[in-house]
Design a protein around this ligand. Structure first.
Ligand code: OAD
Ligand code: ZN
Length: 239
């Protein structure tokens, strides 16, 4: 399996990685679904919607501060780093649902954050936006304009940043191989990216310890974690 995938990668002009929470799991960042998933113990509708935020901004900020702290302390793992290594050989684009910034910290040069970034903050009213690498002591934090600041992430019911999403579709439609790793592919519209890639006859590769709802659409699958499989794949690719 690894040999076949490595061969596809060697012949590809453009490789797109579609990633989700699972790629950061081995960096100590919990996923959303599955046995240790965040949505098992936390109610998404109370923490990750705009209505929940206005209802109880302090609660939502407490939860985001905890996640921010965890992410500040986390380091990119061998999976993130293997993707960076491939840039030496091909055009590589990362389309991620993750908000943790670990692909960029690992060194990937082309990352599109479909669901925003937990490191970034924006005002709920004016167009203030910034990257803040520490936690606020007073929550909810306020903007200079007097209104509440929020994490610059996409919550349930909100649209994706349109320019980012359009670029993501364009990359999906023009890649030769799409490697899908660490995502359950249940959240729309990110889960339509493999379909766009298929329109270009791209080879779809899934790296995930478990099957997903789109496993049957994949051309090749590896049932392993990303921090194990990706470095192995890259080392075979280089042989
Ligand atoms: P999920 O938590 O839904 O799925 C994580 C996937 O990663 C599962 O398929 C796991 O089997 C797999 N996985 C677990 N550990 C892994 C590992 N070490 N290596 C590789 N794969 C592993 O996460 P996402 O698909 O990213 O959105 O979730 C999508 C969106 O739902 C998130 O961006 C977030 C969430 O609600 C919003 O909050 C808007
Ligand atoms: Zn403001």
């Amino acid at each position: 399996m690894f040999d076949q995938i490595a061969e596809k990668l060697r012949n590809a002009k453009k490789i797109v990685f579609t990633t989700g929470a699972g790629i950061s799991q081995e960096s100590g960042i919990p996923t959303f679904r599955g046995k240790d998933g965040l949505w098992r113990n936390y109610d998404a509708m109370k923490l990750a919607t705009i209505d929940a935020f206005y209802e109880n901004p302090k609660l939502v900020w407490e939860w985001y501060n905890e996640r921010r702290q965890n992410i500040f302390e986390a380091e990119p793992n061998l999976g993130h780093k293997a993707i960076v290594e491939l840039e030496k050989f091909s055009q590589v684009v990362v389309l991620t649902q993750n908000i943790d910034g670990l692909h960029q910290r690992a060194g990937s040069s082309k990352v599109l954050e479909l669901h925003g970034s937990i490191v970034k903050i924006k005002c709920t009213v004016c167009d203030y936006k910034d990257e803040i690498l520490y936690n606020f002591s007073e929550i909810p934090p306020l903007c200079k304009c007097g209104n509440i600041l929020r994490p610059d992430v996409v919550w349930f019911g909100e649209g994706l940043p349109q320019d980012v999403w359009q670029q993501a579709i364009d990359h999906a439609k023009s890649c030769d191989v799409m490697v899908i790793t660490g995502t359950s592919l249940v959240v729309s519209p990110a889960n339509t990216l493999p379909i766009y890639a298929k329109q270009n006859n791209a080879t779809l590769v899934e790296i995930n310890p478990d099957e997903t709802i789109m496993t049957s659409e994949m051309d090749l699958s590896i049932r392993s974690t990303s921090a194990t499989a990706l470095p192995e794949l890259v080392s075979i690719f280089k042989k």
